[in-house]
Design a protein around this ligand. Structure first.
Ligand SMILES: [Zn+2]
Ligand SMILES: [Zn+2]
Length: 342
């Protein structure tokens, strides 16, 4: 019997049997190999929703995943048993925003692991052919599951357009912040200031390429006489994340906001400061066409996604995994659920 992790509401989860979703000619059944826990999954776990997206019926989270095909998909040159990654987003391809190329902003998107569409914290899941992503042989199941969050980082860098010799602050050193730091280093950024209140995450930021890592913003900013940074990339779950991003920016600076703040309805910012300093503030939502680059970055060894994975759990222990991740257990960065592991 297929089992899955269900979220019933805030801090209310269980592992139960799960009927396979409707399974038609445009879909193929996957045996799920690895699923990462994302910050957005934790909002469903902690708050029972994100902003207006509230869980109505028991819901299976998980959108960062890989699996093995239970059947051939000849038109995509994929064979039964092959490991694939999956793009969780199926945009409508018909609306005004899709036509303009903003597939990541499509209001009619069907997104695996965002209510009401059940996600991949389950043993088997039927996924549309259009989402299947063929992989090179040297990518592991866990690396394949990391392509989605790495894609979020690539998209943020696309929006940020880092410039030569500028200073960059990365606020929040979870899986996304640490991925961003690695990408910045890969394109040659020298001056990276990382901020995270958890010591082990700040330490990891140093290992992965930050020049300065601090546990508070004021400590981080004291390193450049309070001038601030030319570019700020925010990737926290903190209600103060946007505020801190503004405080970290230099005059004329650019800010990219990736994080989803806890509570996610109203977030105060220092409007006067932001205006006086002429800040350019952009929100980053999911990702554009990033999978080919994410695959190349991992396959070539340029980006080390394994360095972000600190914990692994089977499906039976997935409620504990959510709990630990939500409570920011010491030493934890990214947890992987391995649903078909005993
Ligand atoms: Zn995610
Ligand atoms: Zn659309």
């Amino acid at each position: 019997m297929n089992k899955a992790l269900f979220i019933h509401g805030a801090r209310n989860v269980s592992v139960e049997s799960h009927n396979l979703s409707e399974y038609n000619k445009q879909k193929v059944l996957l045996n799920i190999e690895a699923v990462g826990i994302c910050g957005s999954d934790l909002h469903y776990f902690k708050d029972g929703g994100i902003g207006g997206a509230v869980i109505q019926t028991p819901f299976v989270p998980g959108h960062e995943f890989s699996g093995r095909l239970t059947d051939d998909v000849p038109h995509l040159d994929l064979e039964k048993g092959e490991l694939v990654a999956v793009d969780p987003a199926t945009p409508c391809h018909q609306c005004e925003w899709c036509e303009k190329g903003y597939h990541n902003l499509c209001p009619k998107v069907q997104f695996i692991g965002a209510p009401p569409f059940d996600g991949a914290m389950t043993q088997q899941l039927a996924v549309p052919h259009s989402g299947l992503i063929k992989l090179p042989d040297n990518i592991t199941a866990e690396q394949a599951a990391m392509l989605e969050p790495l894609g979020v980082c690539v998209h943020a860098i696309d929006l940020a357009k880092p410039r030569l010799l500028e200073s960059v602050a990365v606020i929040g050193c979870g899986g996304i912040g640490l991925g961003v730091i690695q990408l910045l280093r890969h394109i040659g950024t020298q001056h990276i200031v990382a901020v995270d209140p958890q010591k082990h995450r700040a330490q990891k930021a140093l290992e992965l390429g930050a020049g300065i890592a601090a546990e508070s913003l004021s400590e981080a900013m004291s390193h450049n006489d309070g001038r601030g940074c030319d570019l700020v990339i925010e990737a926290t779950n903190s209600p103060d994340g946007f505020l801190h991003a503004i405080q970290a920016a230099a005059i004329g600076g650019r800010i990219i906001l990736i994080g989803i703040p806890d509570g996610d309805i109203y977030t105060p910012i220092e409007a006067a400061e932001a205006r006086r300093r002429g800040l350019d503030i952009r929100f980053s939502r999911r990702m554009g066409n990033v999978y080919p680059r994410a695959i190349q970055l991992v396959s070539s060894g340029a980006i080390d996604v394994d360095a972000l994975i600190t914990h692994r759990f089977n499906l039976a222990d997935s409620p504990k995994a959510m709990q630990m991740q939500a409570d920011e257990a010491p030493g934890l960065i990214k947890s992987m659920i391995l649903p078909n592991m005993g």
